[in-house]
Design a binder for this molecule. Structure first.
Ligand SMILES: [Zn+2]
Length: 200
């Protein structure tokens, strides 16, 4: 019978496996790799992880990651506050910023409505976007949720919640292949999709 792995090793494998895309083999490879590091190196990684939990929080306005109350977008006076691009997650913001075409602000919902996964509208930052539009001088809300069924449902739901408010609601229509997640689109497709947005 093979000697079982020490508990700290098992624990770390289990923690790493909770990350999306990391299976048992990958987790094991990471752990073996970490064990080759100096104790100081591993401690530094632990400290970095600790700081991630302690210092990084969602921006109080838009939900993007921030190490202060406001994120870099919301605190940048050069960004156009008349336009808000609503996305499911942080990764989409990063993809859009890579393109660099959009100069407005963002609103991160934290997912998409999904009956299957038990994600109700209340679990998303939908009330917050309605509040932002009610409070501020927002002229256009771009609903850049995914082109899959959940993304479509979410876009229509947010559209409904914004009904009656003096704001144009658009959706990037052109070029987004059905069923695709916006964050995986290439830059050109993404730019075309955003430029070719239509009123919803
Ligand atoms: Zn923000």
């Amino acid at each position: 019978m093979s000697r079982p792995l020490p508990e700290p090793v098992i624990n770390l494998i289990n923690e790493l496996r909770k990350l999306s895309g990391v299976g048992e083999k990958t987790a094991m490879r990471y752990v073996l790799n970490l064990m080759k590091r100096s104790p100081e190196g591993v401690r530094a990684l632990g400290e970095t992880l600790y700081r991630l939990a302690e210092d990084v929080k969602p921006c109080s306005v838009c939900g993007f990651v921030s190490d202060g109350d406001l994120c870099d977008f919301c605190s940048d006076p050069a960004r156009d506050g008349h336009q808000i691009c609503v996305v499911e997650g942080v990764a989409v913001v990063l993809a859009l910023e890579k393109v660099g075409d959009f100069q407005g602000l963002y609103h991160v919902l934290g997912g998409a409505i999904s009956a299957l996964r038990g994600i109700t509208p209340k679990k998303l930052r939908i009330g917050e976007i309605v509040q932002r539009v009610s409070d501020g001088d927002v002229r256009e809300v771009i609903l850049a949720t995914g082109a899959d069924a959940e993304g479509e449902t979410t876009a229509l739901y947010v559209r409904k919640m914004l009904e009656g408010l003096p704001v144009k609601v658009t959706r990037p229509a052109t070029g987004i292949p059905m069923g695709s997640s916006i964050e995986f689109l290439d830059a050109v497709t993404l730019m075309r999709a955003l430029r070719g947005r239509k009123e919803l």
